[in-house]
Ligand binder design. Structure first.
Ligand code: FAD
Length: 297
């Protein structure tokens, strides 16, 4: 493959928000769909496994050699906003804070909640990221995808996608999200939208260890309960394995206090699960996705 498109033996810790990760045999950051397609073709021709990451804000990557190609979508960030119709066309790598701020500045209502989520649009659709009842699924018209096996491009309408709490069909169908069309309410009050967006970010930074390396909430909230509350009740707030610590600001966050290894973090996840299961009879399901572990994602 043309060397300008990819690097070899790339450390993935710089591409995850928790600053932990192994080494990818091949790593690429395509800037547009053409480059992306080229990489997929190359991986298929050379029988290389291809894994997609966005901003790495919900990812635990094992500290091992990851064979094959890892593609990061962060440089695919074209964003077109029509302030009159409220239609937005965005590539998968657009960051949610960028999207949220741009919507507010264009008087479009409905994306103010997303400002504090440090992930890409593609990652957010894949994860059905959100807060409370709000998620991008509410504003989706369609998702543009590519089939990594055949390189075929498709546009899937929202009605044909299943979204549940932190789940989308993309977690099962193996399609890669390359972009999306969304609709937001036009003609909103500009000043108010900008202020609400600012307030939402402030709230996040006040209630979460926002400026420490983490991957957001570690576990999904079980039905009728909160993972953070259960972890608190186990007296685990502030508990550490190596440099991986259960945050004292928000117990459903694990923070990397200095140079945590993927093993430290994985062991902490397992310890929390064991304690909560033994004492409360509840199995906490990780929200965070894992690469390079024998863990059923
Ligand atoms: C400080 C902090 C706060 C957070 N707050 C929230 C919150 O309020 N609500 C919430 O829901 N989440 C939150 N998160 C978690 C995270 O930001 C979201 O899950 C986000 O949507 C992940 O996007 P990403 O681009 O980082 O995906 P990544 O972490 O890079 O990847 C996550 C998964 O998506 C897959 N993926 C990524 N891009 C694509 C693509 N284009 N096509 C197919 N698959 C893809 C990856 O293979 C992986 O399995 C937070 C994280 C942090 C660090």
């Amino acid at each position: 493959m043309n060397k300008e498109f990819f690097s070899e033996n790339c450390k993935l810790s710089s591409f995850t928000t928790i600053k932990v990760g192994g080494v990818a045999e091949y790593f690429a950051e395509p800037r547009n769909l053409e480059e992306f397609s080229y990489l997929i073709k190359w991986a298929n021709l050379n029988e290389q496994r291809c894994q997609i990451i966005g901003a790495g804000s919900n990812l635990l990557i094992n500290n091992i050699f990851i064979k094959g190609l890892v593609i990061c979508t962060k440089k695919m960030k074209s964003l077109k906003i029509n302030p009159y119709s409220g239609i937005v066309e965005a590539e998968a790598g657009v960051m949610l804070p960028t999207l949220s701020n741009s919507l507010a500045k264009n008087g479009l209502q409905g994306g103010e909640w997303a400002v504090g989520i440090p992930g890409t649009l593609g990652g957010a659709i894949y994860m059905n990221a959100g807060t409370g009842n709000l998620s991008l699924a509410n504003n989706l018209i369609s998702v543009k995808v590519i089939n990594n096996k055949t390189n075929e491009k498709l546009e899937i309408e929202k009605k044909d996608i299943n979204f549940e709490y932190r789940f989308s069909s993309f977690q099962k169908n193996g399609l890669t999200i390359i972009g999306a069309r969304l609709h937001f309410e036009p003609n909103g009050n500009l000043k108010q939208l900008i202020q609400t967006t600012k307030n939402n970010l402030k709230l996040k930074t006040e209630t979460q260890p926002y400026h420490q390396p983490s991957f957001g909430s570690v576990f999904k909230n079980p039905e009728n309960s909160y993972a953070a509350k259960l972890i608190d009740e186990m007296g685990l707030k502030g508990f550490k394995i190596g440099d991986a610590e259960i945050s004292s600001i928000h117990s459903n966050f694990i923070v990397n206090t200095c140079s945590a290894s993927s093993k430290d973090i994985y062991e902490l996840i397992t310890l929390i699960q064991q304690k909560v299961l033994q004492n409360k009879g509840i199995y906490l399901q990780p929200e965070v996705r894992m690469i390079g572990f024998d863990y059923p994602n």
